[in-house]
Design a protein around this ligand. Structure first.
Ligand code: GDP
Ligand code: MN
Length: 395
């Protein structure tokens, strides 16, 4: 789960991290009131969306007067921001962070992330702050420093100092930078984050060290331990398809492509995504319907996959163990009833591979259905090739 920058900064503040004074605003009036309350020489008006790259996209404005705060707040609220992280459709700005401006001397990058290879948390930092870290990693990897943290002892003070020196913090700021690293590590552990990213971490003209931006990602499996974090969830930022799927108890992740797939079991679902990719397809989603094959649920899954015209074809790959192939087939027939006016069509080709429990009955149901564009696949390989061919032929 993700939260907004202003919420991340609230959490950081509670852990002692130095963040600028600021307040969230949901309207222009609230923005003006917040700016007046801050009473700072420079006020920053920041769009709050679950995506980075706002600065370059015009989502971070520096205001010198209350009038300017008003102008920027009016401009940003309701605006659709398109950044390199939002995708082409962008994200609507529904709230702002009104913050005291900082005098920046230098910008750094600092993050903590769980490294799967070493099974440790790694602290990564770079002198190239404020820019896309992926670019630094690709072009000048020698500018990224890393410290691997032993989970038994946590971040050792010498590691934090070594990092602060590697980044060339001036003597007056080394201890502040190292202390902040320790506090940020405590945030990651204390809140079960999968990532804590500060970009930029800034050195001010007064040799202060401030977390100017903050991005926290949380491990969903640990959210039950953090009701305060769950409270911060902003569903307007989440994919509506994923929310509908979660409500229907379907394990669905939008992958952005155009070949939808409906599978049972996470392993088979991943293998299906892989084989579609292998044959040149672009998977629209990961969808694991689980061990349940209630026709109504299958129909809901179809509805979600087809919603918004994203899917140009559907690959159904079911290995009936607990699931029953005949029920899955009934679900497909049911889906056609819900989706189409005539009750017997699905707007895109559907390639179906059924194996396992009640497979003969399942195939029989689909063979006798009036739905035109349902094609039975002989094998997983054959099915994947066929749906990719059909979708690409359509374009
Ligand atoms: P992002 O682009 O979405 O990652 O948003 P950031 O919060 O990182 O802000 C982008 C950039 O705006 C930063 O890298 C800074 O250069 C600039 N910025 C943000 N806050 C301030 C501030 O208080 N003072 C000044 N001068 N620049 C700021
Ligand atoms: Mn940033």
């Amino acid at each position: 789960m993700n939260i907004h920058e202003h919420q991340s900064k609230e959490i950081l503040r509670a852990f002692g991290v130095n963040v600028p004074r600021g307040k969230a605003a949901f309207s222009v009036d609230e923005a003006i009131a917040a700016a007046k309350e801050l009473n700072a020489p420079v006020t920053v008006v920041k769009a709050q969306i679950h995506a980075g790259g706002r600065g370059k996209a015009g989502g971070v404005k520096i205001a010198k007067t209350i009038d300017e705060v008003k102008t920027y707040a009016t401009e940003l609220l309701g605006k659709v921001l398109v950044t390199h992280q939002t995708g082409p459709s962008g994200k609507e700005v529904r709230r702002l962070l009104i913050e005291e401006g900082s005098k920046i001397k230098k910008e750094f990058y600092l993050s903590f992330v769980v490294d799967r290879q070493t099974a440790k948390v790694v602290m990564m930092a770079s002198t190239e702050g404020g820019v896309e870290i992926e670019k630094v990693a690709a072009e000048t990897p020698e500018k990224i420093f890393k410290e691997y943290i032993d989970p038994a002892v946590g971040l050792m003070p010498f590691q934090a100092s070594r990092m602060a020196y590697a980044l060339n913090f001036p003597p007056a700021a080394v201890r502040k930078a190292a202390a902040m690293m320790g506090q940020l590590y405590n945030v990651l552990i204390g809140k079960d984050c999968s990532q804590v990213e500060i970009n930029p971490l800034v050195l001010t003209e007064d040799d202060d060290v401030i977390a100017l931006d903050a991005k926290l990602n949380f491990d969903d499996s640990a959210l039950f331990r953090h009701p305060d974090v769950v409270e911060m969830r902003d569903k307007t930022e989440e994919d509506p398809k994923e929310l509908t799927a979660a409500a229907a108890d379907l394990n669905y992740v939008n992958l952005g492509g155009n070949v939808a797939c409906m599978v049972n079991g996470a392993g088979l679902a991943m293998a299906t995504v892989d084989i579609l990719k292998h044959y040149g397809g672009n998977p629209a989603n990961f969808l694991d319907v689980g061990g349940d094959s209630d026709p109504q649920k299958i129909a809901t899954a179809f509805k979600i996959m087809l919603d918004g015209g994203q899917a140009k074809g559907i690959f159904v790959n079911i290995f009936g163990g607990i699931n029953k192939c005949d029920q899955v087939a009934e679900g497909i027939v049911e889906a056609a009833k819900i989706i189409s006016d005539d009750g017997k069509s699905i707007p895109v080709p559907v390639v179906v591979l059924l194996e396992g429990t009640n497979v003969e009955r399942g195939r029989e149901i689909l063979k006798n259905t009036p739905i035109a564009n349902v094609i039975m696949a002989p094998t997983m390989e054959g099915g994947a090739k066929e749906i990719v061919r059909l979708v690409n032929a359509d374009n």
